[in-house]
Design a protein around this ligand. Structure first.
Ligand SMILES: Nc1nc2c(ncn2[C@@H]2O[C@H](COP(=O)(O)OP(=O)(O)OP(=O)(O)O)[C@@H](O)[C@H]2O)c(=O)[nH]1
Ligand SMILES: [Mg+2]
Length: 290
């Protein structure tokens, strides 16, 4: 591993309710970034951050543990924390050690008691927060449900920066709002591999709806951008990302991503290129933002 200057290192606490998918997501992020050669699972006892024999036996996290992902010349230390309230002290210690929090919310359960507790802790510490709707491949997964549940129960200015294409067994890609592209997961390849294409016609309306919301929300955090936006000027990707980073630091914006983090399985699908279990994309710049 190369050496990093301190300004190129981010410490992110991965927090949330028990069994929301934190350990699985951390493993996937380390694997997809190339920092880990193996894509492990909690079920098989091979997840990077659940290495303690008691954890592998019980199938949930007990202690704070760290993995890392190297991404765009930044080393991101991912502090995987336990979600169960018995081990809450470890999760809070993780937040104390971190520069920001990644709050994992299950796409089938939405905001739960542990989500709220950890979100409140992060807010109290004035840490930038981003959300990930996990387990998008599961039956009854609902991205809109997670979005609404965060908005109503945590009341932050949460805003999707990527949107799933399909849900549950049909989850096969994401719309990357900043890049204005679709990422379609490649079938039968290692997790996280995708093909970048123009937004498919059948997803254009969905893209337009979320893109408009994103740009409007970002513009509302910056007077100069707002003026340009109201005059009908196009806001560039760089300007939008820059303003969002600043708004995140001021805790005025909370981006929402989505993922499915189990190792890829080959799922026969005659109509669309997909793997129903690929790690969701996380916008590079935004991931490095906090
Ligand atoms: N289908 C599906 N299952 C998932 C996904 N992520 C996690 N799971 C499963 O959900 C269960 C909980 O996942 P974990 O990663 O252990 O969740 P956690 O948040 O670390 O749990 P605690 O450490 O107990 O707080 C495991 O059985 C995982 O295999 C996903 O993206 N898709
Ligand atoms: Mg865990």
């Amino acid at each position: 591993m190369r050496e990093y200057k301190s300004e190129d290192i981010r410490n992110i606490a991965v927090v949330g309710h028990g069994a929301s998918g934190k350990t699985t997501l951390v493993d996937a992020l380390a694997f997809v970034s190339g920092s880990s050669k193996r894509h492990g699972t909690v079920k098989d006892g091979t997840a990077l951050t659940d290495f303690d024999p008691e954890e592998t036996q019980r199938g949930f996290s007990i202690s704070l543990a760290c993995a890392h992902a190297e991404w765009m010349d930044t080393k991101i230390n991912l502090l995987d924390t336990p979600g169960y309230s018995d081990f809450q002290g470890e999760a809070i210690a993780g937040l104390h050690a971190a520069d920001g929090a990644l709050v994992v919310v299950s796409a089938t359960a939405g905001v739960e008691v542990g989500t709220k507790r950890m979100f409140d802790e992060a807010i109290e510490r004035k840490d930038p927060v981003l959300f990930v709707a996990s387990m998008m491949d599961k039956e009854h997964a609902s991205f809109e449900g997670v979005f609404e549940s965060i908005k109503s129960e945590l009341k932050p200015r949460v805003i999707p920066v990527e949107v799933p294409i399909g849900e549950g067994a049909d989850f096969h890609g994401i719309l990357n709002l900043f890049d204005r592209k679709a990422h379609l997961f490649k079938k039968g390849t290692r997790s996280g591999e995708y093909e970048e294409v123009d937004v498919p016609a059948e997803n254009q309306a969905l893209f337009d709806k979320y893109y408009e919301q994103l740009i409007e929300s970002i513009a509302a955090t910056d007077d100069r951008l707002l003026e340009r936006y109201l005059e009908g000027e196009e806001i560039s990707r760089e300007d939008a990302l820059g303003a969002m980073k600043e708004a995140m630091k001021r805790m005025e914006m909370f981006p929402l991503f989505c993922s499915s983090a189990l190792p890829a399985r080959i799922v026969p699908c005659p109509t669309s290129p997909r793997s129903n279990a690929s790690a969701g994309s996380t916008d590079r710049a935004a991931l490095g933002a906090p």
